[in-house]
Every structure is written in structure tokens, then in C-alpha cells.
Ligand binder design. Structure first.
Ligand code: ADP
Ligand code: MG
Ligand code: MG
Length: 251
């Protein structure tokens, strides 16, 4: 089992008025095999948390730690984070002109594992995963994300998740802009990755809709840059009924 620990994490961004604090002391521990949903209103800092785990240079950590099995993630480069087993959708460029999906997937897999996958099984594995995600075989020869629709980009993201087999995946608003059919396909992919690889998932979402398909073990309500409440799946049901008003009144 592996553990990702976020300890008293404080993060700011540089603005014209100076450093603006966005994350105000986040505490969160997630083990492989667990699904944690982070739910919160717009502007509460959810994407900031995801981007900080990803190592986006804009976000400045002023206090706290992120540890993967005790190792300091904040000292790792973006590549090192991927090799250590973190999957962060944002680390992958939106479009990579001139690089086909086939080449990208194989190059990234080789970088993450430190060795090239066996060509024969790899081709079959990629084909099978694409089929399950209903990605047209023609996509293999297309340039990464070039001209892909929003839903296609999400499917390709989950394709990477299934092929790279990370220990932990941070999925920020993976549900946004998907119709119900696409949402089901994407959710099934996440569930497969979890079952097959004991993956730990940090599922960041504003809406409860995706939680019908990906069942969280824990729910964290995120308000004003910190975790305001933690609970089990029942907390998501209550948020669906009541929204975030009770937390915002307190914030
Ligand atoms: P969420 O994902 O929960 O909607 P974000 O992490 O995107 O929240 O944003 C949290 C807060 O930080 C918001 O008030 C947002 O305006 C601010 N913020 C995030 N990124 C930037 C940025 N690059 N410049 C200025 N403000 C930002
Ligand atoms: Mg599970
Ligand atoms: Mg966001």
C-alpha cells in the first residue's frame, strides 16, 4: 500500500497586490485503493490543490508538505512526480502538434516505467483500452489532442490513466462537459484502473453527478481553501440536497 499525505498545505499566487493566499492549510491523507471526492463551490481552491500536486510553477507553497510514502513530492520535478506514481492530468500538454497518440503514449510509458513496454503486448493493450473507452482506432495516428472535442480529450486522459498505471490519480472536474453516455464510459475507465491497479483517486468535482458512477469512500467538503468537513458517501447525498450554503454562511 502507498500513501499520499497532504499536511497543513498553504499555497499562494503572485498578484499585483502581492502574494494572495488560496490554500489555507489543507490536510488530507489518501491510500492506494481509496477514492476520495473533494467537493466544493467555485473558487474554493480545488484546482489550486490539483495544480500544486501537479507541480505547476505558478502556485507557491508557503507552508506544509506533500508526501508520497514519506518522500517529499514538492521537491520533485513534474517528470519525477509521474515516475513516482502520480497521475496529474494537467501535466500533459493540451495539444502536441506533430506527435501522434501512438508515439506519445509509448514515449510517456517508457519515461514513467524507466523501460520500454514490450512492443507486441503494448500494441494490443493500447488497442484494447481504446476499444473499451470507445475511442476510434483512427485516433492512434492523430496528433495528441489536436482538434479533439472536450469529451474526446477526457477519454484520452482516462486512456493514459489505464495505460500508465499510476499509484494516485488526481482528476479535476473530469465530469465537466460530458453527456451521460460519455460520463459512464469515462467513469468505467476510472473504476477499471482502480480495480486492476489498486489506484488511489482524488476526484475533484463541483457536482455530485459523477459520484453515481464512481463511488467515493470518503468525501471532503472544500471551502475557502481548506477542508471544512469530512465524511463518507452520505455527505455527498446531503450536498446534493442542500448545496454548499451552510458552509458558505460560516466561511
Ligand atoms: P476552484 O477550482 O475551486 O473553482 P480555483 O483553485 O480555481 O478554485 O481558484 C481559487 C481562487 O484562487 C479563486 O478565487 C481564483 O480566482 C483564485 N485564482 C486561482 N488561480 C489564479 C490566478 N492565476 N490568478 C489570480 N487568481 C487566481
Ligand atoms: Mg475502491
Ligand atoms: Mg476548478
Amino acid at each position: 500500500m502507498s500513501t499520499l499525505e497532504i499536511k497543513d498545505l498553504k499555497v499562494g499566487i503572485e498578484t499585483e497586490q502581492g502574494l494572495k493566499e488560496i490554500l489555507k492549510g489543507v490536510n488530507l491523507t489518501i491510500n492506494t485503493g481509496e477514492t476520495h471526492a473533494i467537493m466544493g463551490p467555485n473558487g474554493s481552491g480545488k484546482s489550486t490543490l490539483a495544480a500544486t500536486i501537479a507541480g505547476h510553477p505558478r502556485y507557491i507553497v508557503t507552508e506544509g508538505q506533500i508526501l508520497l510514502d514519506g518522500k517529499n513530492v514538492l521537491e520533485m520535478s513534474v517528470d519525477e512526480r509521474a515516475k513516482a506514481g502520480l497521475f496529474l492530468a494537467m501535466q500533459y500538454p493540451v495539444e502536441i502538434p506533430g506527435v501522434t497518440m501512438t508515439n506519445f503514449l509509448r514515449t510517456a510509458k517508457t519515461a514513467i516505467d524507466g523501460e520500454a513496454p514490450s512492443l507486441r503486448t503494448w500494441t494490443k493493450t493500447v488497442k484494447g483500452a481504446m476499444e473499451e473507452l470507445r475511442i476510434d482506432p483512427d485516433f492512434a495516428a492523430r496528433n495528441v489532442n489536436e482538434g479533439f472535442s472536450g469529451g474526446e480529450k477526457k477519454r484520452v486522459e482516462i486512456l493514459q490513466l489505464e495505460l500508465f498505471k499510476p499509484k494516485f490519480a488526481v482528476l479535476d472536474e473530469t465530469d465537466s462537459g460530458l453527456d451521460v453516455d460519455a460520463l459512464k464510459i469515462v467513469s468505467e475507465g476510472v473504476n477499471r484502473a482502480q480495480e486492476q491497479n489498486e489506484m488511489g483517486t482524488l476526484l475533484i468535482t463541483h457536482y455530485t453527478r459523477i459520484l453515481r458512477y464512481i463511488k467515493p469512500d470518503f468525501v471532503h467538503v472544500f471551502v475557502d481553501g481548506h477542508v471544512a468537513e469530512q465524511g463518507g458517501p452520505e455527505l455527498a447525498d446531503r450536498l446534493e440536497e442542500e448545496g454548499y450554503d451552510r458552509y458558505l454562511a460560516k466561511a
